[in-house]
Design a protein around this ligand. Structure first.
Ligand code: UT7
Length: 320
């Protein structure tokens, strides 16, 4: 028994913030951001929209596409590092919105790697037969934690949510391999220090702090390593990949790694120019878009690979 993705969905806030918009509030410019990151614009949620609101829209779309009702869902996993509040979890808030009354609920905290981590957990639950229909959501609103005077971070992130419904399959498809790793020793290079028990009153600031160069070096290594390791587990090679969906952080990270791996650009899905880095939402949004655009066909070998705060990284191989 394996887990397969039976339907996907995504949700993005309407508000678009362009690089030119940012150049009016911080010392940056469109040319620098495009050249150094590939990002052209990002979506920013308004004050009244919380992470669970975007998660709800993405989840409803995924359920409709999978033709599964909310009541059939027996587990909800939400990958997020920007929950509505410390508790209850976004998964519980989402359960209530969806009226998915038969589900257990859990948030997965692995930042931008969250969707890959949650997918690995969810597919294991289905493989054991313990759960049958799992709703998996990656949702983040990191713009709420940006210092809009820090040009090293505020240009990078956007808000969004992506969802997938996992069901059981006994055919030759589904999630065939998962590989996860973390390097907590590098944790300080990407942190959101305020609001936790170390600093409940957020005296140290409530903004994301990042050593961009350190994270960049890690990201290049993490993307390459996770793809190679998960392919070994799957018994496949780079040449077998039909589509790689990497975490959408910076086009230079992606270009560098695919060139080194010898993977042609046509086999890599990129949408970061439109949304920036949406953290745990980036891979499920890209998966939903790629499927809707007809870039994924039955039998295709899809690799999802992510990296992020923790520092964490991981990948999954799917036969669609
Ligand atoms: O999910 C994981 C999340 N994080 C990441 O993926 C981040 C990974 N890191 C990166 O993407 C890159 O390190 C950044 C995009 C953050 C920065 O790019 P970089 O090529 O590493 O730039 P840099 O920090 O080395 O800065 C180069 C120059 C500096 O000026 P000087 O010292 O050469 O005069 C910076 O002050 O560019 C300057 N700079 C900027 N200029 C205009 C830095 N940020 C900006 C900016 N606009 N936004």
């Amino acid at each position: 028994m394996r887990a397969k993705i039976s339907g996907t969905g995504s949700a993005l806030p309407d508000k678009i913030v362009t690089n030119d918009d940012l150049s009016k509030i911080v010392d940056t410019n469109d040319a620098w951001i495009r050249e150094r990151t590939g990002i052209m614009e990002r979506r920013v949620s308004d004050e009244g929209t919380a992470t669970s609101d975007l998660a709800f829209i993405a989840a409803e779309r995924a359920l409709a596409n999978a033709k599964v009702t909310a009541e059939e869902i027996d587990f909800i996993l939400v990958a997020t590092c920007s929950p509505d509040m410390l508790f209850p979890s976004v998964a519980c808030i989402l359960q209530d919105k969806l009226k998915a009354k038969n589900a257990a609920c859990l948030d997965v905290s692995a930042a931008c790697s969250g969707f890959n981590y949650a997918l690995a957990v969810a597919s294991s639950f289905i493989e054991t037969g313990k759960y049958k229909k799992i709703l998996l959501v990656g949702a983040d609103e990191l713009t709420k934690y940006l210092d809009w005077t820090d040009r090293g971070t505020c240009i990078l992130f956007g808000d969004g949510a992506g969802a997938a419904v996992l069901t059981a399959t006994d055919k030759n498809d589904g999630i065939i391999a998962s590989w996860l790793k973390a390097e907590g020793i590098l944790g300080n290079s990407l942190i959101m220090p305020g609001g936790g028990t170390r600093d409940p009153e957020t005296k140290n600031g409530r903004f994301i702090k990042m050593d961009g160069k350190e994270v960049f070096k890690f990201a290049v290594r993490a993307l390459e390593t996770s793809v190679k390791e998960v392919l070994i587990q799957a018994g496949k090679s780079i040449a077998d990949i039909d589509l790689l969906i990497p975490h959408q952080a910076n086009i230079r990270i992606i270009d560098h790694v695919i060139k080194k791996m010898g993977l042609p650009k046509e086999k890599v899905y990129v949408n970061l120019q439109k949304y920036g880095n949406t953290s745990a939402a980036s891979i499920p949004i890209a998966l939903d878009e790629a499927y809707a655009a007809g870039k994924i066909k039955p039998g295709d070998l899809i690799v999802l690979s992510g990296f992020g705060a923790g520092l964490t990284y991981g990948a999954n191989v799917i036969i669609w």
